[in-house]
Design a protein around this ligand. Structure first.
Ligand code: NAI
Ligand SMILES: CCCCCC(=O)/C=C/C=C\C/C=C\C/C=C\CCCC(=O)O
Length: 258
């Protein structure tokens, strides 16, 4: 699928992985609505991107994915400004084992809120053109990260939600593909702040650093390229892309159907 003229919405776009994917989508010709709760970072990023890609191709919208109202308003504004929505990157996420209910609300419920709100604009059943939704999970969505049980649970849930929505979309005729991105450790603010966010598991901080050293850090470009592959390859639906320093591959899940 060519991205020229396509419209994308990216949550958590102001920094880290969201920012990298936003820039790659722009480089490939898409228009991007950048949604983030951090207005200062979002607005200053858009100033930079405007100079590189043109003002008509970017839009910053202040949006907290914990709020269904803010998500709906931001998606409506994005659709009105750019003429529909073709791509959603549900990426906003936090790691905070102390404020674990907020972690569930952002990492899992934010993905659900975003997906349902996007379907109003994207589903062929509600007058949309179809398209693709990519949800950011993690390597911790495929295996346990002992210092972060709640974070691990949200990321496993994102994988399950994505795969079930992909099947639901086919069975219902939404015309929308759903795929999940599972990166290993990436050098971002979320990763740098591990030690202060482990709550009752703070004593496992050193073990987590050792695990990160064992796995190594994934390059931001590799993560963004994996997201782009799931956007542009129209055969990908219900797929999960694992991106670690040693492995860049779609995950094979066991089948329990005889
Ligand atoms: N950094 C890493 O090692 C990995 C990160 N991930 C996931 O990637 C995603 C992005 O994380 P990073 O780029 O590392 O983090 P980051 O901290 O660099 O960026 C996260 C962005 O999300 C925004 N955000 C946070 N809460 C929000 C909310 N309630 N509403 C809207 N925006 C919000 C932040 O303002 C920030 O711009 C997350 O879902 C994270 O779980 C997955 C695997 C590895
Ligand atoms: C504590 C920092 C968290 C940083 C954000 C993040 O999501 C990074 C996760 C990286 C790794 C997860 C660690 C362990 C997962 C365990 C096993 C996965 C096995 C997958 C496989 O090879 O089959």
């Amino acid at each position: 699928m060519s991205l020229t003229g396509k419209t994308a919405v990216v949550t958590g776009a102001a920094m880290g992985i969201g920012r990298a994917v936003t820039e790659l989508l722009l480089q490939h010709g898409a228009k991007v609505a950048l949604l983030d709760v951090n207005e200062t970072a979002g607005k200053s990023l858009v100033e930079v991107l405007d100079k590189l890609y043109g003002r008509e191709r970017t839009l910053f919208l202040s949006c907290d994915v914990e709020s269904e109202e803010q998500i709906k308003a931001a998606f409506l504004k994005a659709a009105e400004t750019f003429g529909g929505i073709d791509i959603l990157f549900n990426n906003a996420g936090v790691l905070n084992e102390d404020r674990w209910e907020r972690t569930v609300s952002i990492n899992l419920m934010g993905v659900i809120r975003g997906s349902y709100a996007a379907l109003e604009h994207m589903s062929k059943l509600s007058g949309g053109r179809g398209g693709v939704i990519i949800n950011t999970s993690s390597l911790a969505g495929l295996g346990p990260l002992p210092s972060c049980p709640v974070y691990t649970a949200t990321k496993h849930a994102v994988v399950g939600f994505t795969r079930a929505m992909a099947a639901a979309s086919v069975a219902s005729g939404y015309g929308v593909r759903f795929n999940a991105l599972c990166p290993g450790f990436v050098q971002t603010d979320l990763f740098s702040a591990i030690e202060s966010n482990l709550g009752r598991f703070a004593h496992l901080a050193a073990a987590t650093q050792q695990l990160a050293e064992h796995f190594g850090l994934v390059g931001m470009c590799d993560v963004a390229e994996a997201a782009l592959d799931m956007v542009t390859d129209e055969t990908k639906n219900g797929e999960v892309f694992l991106v670690s320093p040693k492995r860049k591959e779609y995950v094979n899940f066991p089948s329990f159907v005889q």
